[in-house]
Design a protein. Structure first.
Length: 206
């Protein structure tokens, strides 16, 4: 079977352009998550000189995965929130946990939204809404469970069991609140951005 060299070259160019645009958007989402967490969060002290934060950073991790796919969406949000941890003396030691958890949120959301729900090519808004909701719930539920648990084991090693147990209860409550608010925000933003991004030629299909 013969291959048209011109068509193959054009296809390669399109893929390269898509990759560059995804990298740029991943950088944008990294910046957004960093700003949202660093400057727009509410800090709550916990035992052992720690703290938890009420913030919308996770919403933009999920939104990135819905728009850019698993890898680029996950990596953008993970980098942004990890940098925020690295420059904060309270969170700096937890930065590796943050990177892993946030990247996995992106992977989960992207797989459910694009591999199962095919939201980037679906034209029925009701079906798009359904799979955006399901994918967002899957990612944020993962975060609500595993983020506090991993940080709990970290605090056992650093702070000791009593302080870690008190922090776990607070962390679960705050993470659940973050997840509920983030779910509402991300669904509204995604549904609102679909048409404008398509008109601007900034839409990615998977």
């Amino acid at each position: 079977m013969s291959t048209n060299p011109a068509a193959a070259a054009q296809g390669s160019t399109v893929r390269s352009q898509d990759t560059v645009r995804k990298l740029v958007f991943a950088g944008v989402f990294a910046a957004i998550t960093y700003v949202v967490f660093t400057f727009l969060s509410i800090r709550i002290p916990t035992p052992g000189a720690g703290q938890v934060s009420v913030h919308l950073g996770n919403a933009f991790v999920v939104l990135g995965a819905l728009l850019l796919g698993s890898f680029y969406g996950g990596i953008g949000g993970a980098i942004g929130l990890t940098i925020a941890d690295l420059i904060d003396p309270v969170y700096i030691v937890e930065a590796p946990i943050t990177f892993v958890i946030k990247f996995l949120i992106g992977l989960i959301v992207g797989v459910v939204a694009h591999r199962v729900g095919h939201i980037s090519t679906e034209t029925d808004r009701k079906k798009v809404f359904k799979w955006v909701l399901i994918a967002s719930i899957a990612g944020l539920a993962f975060n609500a469970i595993f983020d506090p648990v991993l940080r709990y084991f970290y605090k056992i090693l650093i702070l000791g069991k009593p302080a870690a147990e008190v922090s776990l209860a607070i962390n679960f409550a705050v993470t659940l609140l973050n997840s509920v608010v983030s779910l509402a925000v991300v669904v509204v933003l995604y549904m609102a951005l679909r048409a404008p991004l398509k008109k601007l030629g900034l839409w990615f299909t998977f």
